[in-house]
Write a protein that binds this ligand. Sequence first.
Ligand SMILES: [Zn+2]
Length: 459
Amino acid sequence: MQTIYPNTYHITHHGAKTGVTGSCHQLDTHHGKLLIDCGLFQGDETKPLNIDFPVKDIDALLVTHTHIDHIGRIPWLLAAGFRAPIYCTEATAKLMPMMLDDGLRLQLGMKARQRKRILNLIRCLTQPIEYGTWTSVANAYGTTADIRFQPAGHILGSSYIEVKLPDEQVLVFSGDLGPSNTPLLPDPKSPERADVLVIESTYGDKTHESIASRTERLKTLINRSLLDGGVVIIPAFSVGRTQELLFDIENMIAKSLTEDEKRAWSTIPVILDSPMAAKVTEQYRAFKKLWSQEAKTTLESGRHPLAFDQCITINTHGDHIGLVNRLKQTGEPAIVIAASGMCNGGRILNYLQALLPDSRTDVILAGYQARGTLGRDIQQGMKKVEISGEHIEVNAHIHTMSGYSAHADRNDLLAFIEDIETKPKEIRIVHGDQKAQQALGELIRQKGLAEKVTLAVDQ
Ligand SMILES: [Zn+2]
C-alpha cells in the first residue's frame, strides 16, 4: 500500500540534522522510498550503532561520497535487513569498500573474516553509474525515480544527486560540496533545476582564505621548520585533503621557490604516514579522467603531482613507531601527513603525543574539527590535552588553515544556489552546526533564493 503525504514528498533526516556527522536522509514519495547516504555519527554526536528506522521497503541507497560520516552506518543498514541496490559513481564504488574496511577495523576492531563478509555483500549490492547519466530506480509498483550523479568537487568520486520523480519534480541532494578553484578536482556546476534542494552548510557562516594565501602560509611554516627544525604535522582524512596537500606541495616545489629554497626543500621529507591514504592516492592516480584541467596539464608536462620524489609512504606499524621516536629525539625538519583528520584516532595521535610538547612543532588544522574531537580541543587553544590516557602539554604552534578545506564556504554555497536556473521551491539546510544552518538560511532568505527555507535543526 502506498502512503499518502500532504506534499508530494517527505524528507526525514536520520542524521546531519544538528551537526555535520551521521548524514542519512530518507526521501518518501507516492512512488517509493530512497535513502541518501548512511553515515556514522562522530565526536560529540556519537550514538549507539544501530538503525532506528524501517529499512525493508527502501528501494535504493544513493551514496554521495565515501567519507565515513556518509557511509559508516552501511554495515548496520545491512544488519537491519537492507538488501536493495546501492547506487554511486564508479570512483566511489572503488573507494567505498576500502574506507569501510578501514573504519570497521580501526573503530570497531572487527575481525578480517567478518569484514570480508560485509564488504562482499556491499560489493554485490553496489551499482556504479557514470557521472551525468540518468538511471531508473524501481520497486514492485513501478519507477521510484530517475537519478543522476554530478561532480561535487569535494573528494574523488563525490557527487551531488539529482532525483527526478515520475511527476517531473526534481529534488537535489548536495552531499558535501567542494570549494571553488581547488587545483585537483573540477569545481561543481549547479544543476539546471532543483525544485527542492537539500544542501550542506558545514561552512554556512564562514569564508575560506584564498588558495594563494594558504600556499604562502604553508611555505612560511615549511621554511621555518627547515631553519630551526621541528615537524609540520598535518592531520588529514585519508581521502580528499591528503591528495590536495600533496598536489599543493609538489606545485610549490616545482613553481614558487627561489633556487636557494629549492636546494633547502630538497632535504625535507614529505611523509605520508597512512597505508590507507597511500591506497586512496593510488585511486586518485587511477581516475585521472576525473581531475581538473590544471591537474591534467601538470601531468602532461611530465610532473607527478601525487607521486613526487620527496614523498615517502610509511606502511608498517613498526616503521611508523620508529619514525615518531626519531622525530621526537632529533627534532629534524619534516612534513607529516597522517589520519585521522579530526585527531580522534589513527596514527596522528602518536605524533601529537610525542611532538605537541615541543615548541618547534607546527600543527596545521586544515579540515573541519567537529565538537568533542581532540582536533577541536587543540584548535581552541587548550594548553593540556589527554592522549591515550596521558596528559600532554601543548607547546606546539597551532594553525587553522581553512584554505585547505574540502568544503565549499558560504560564498561557494550561495553561488551554487544562485546558479540554479529555476529558483527552488524549497531549500532545506542540513549538515551544519545550528549557527551555520541559521546563517546560511538567513542569507538565502535575504537574497530571495527560494520560496521556502527550512533548517534540519528545526525539524
Ligand atoms: Zn565529506
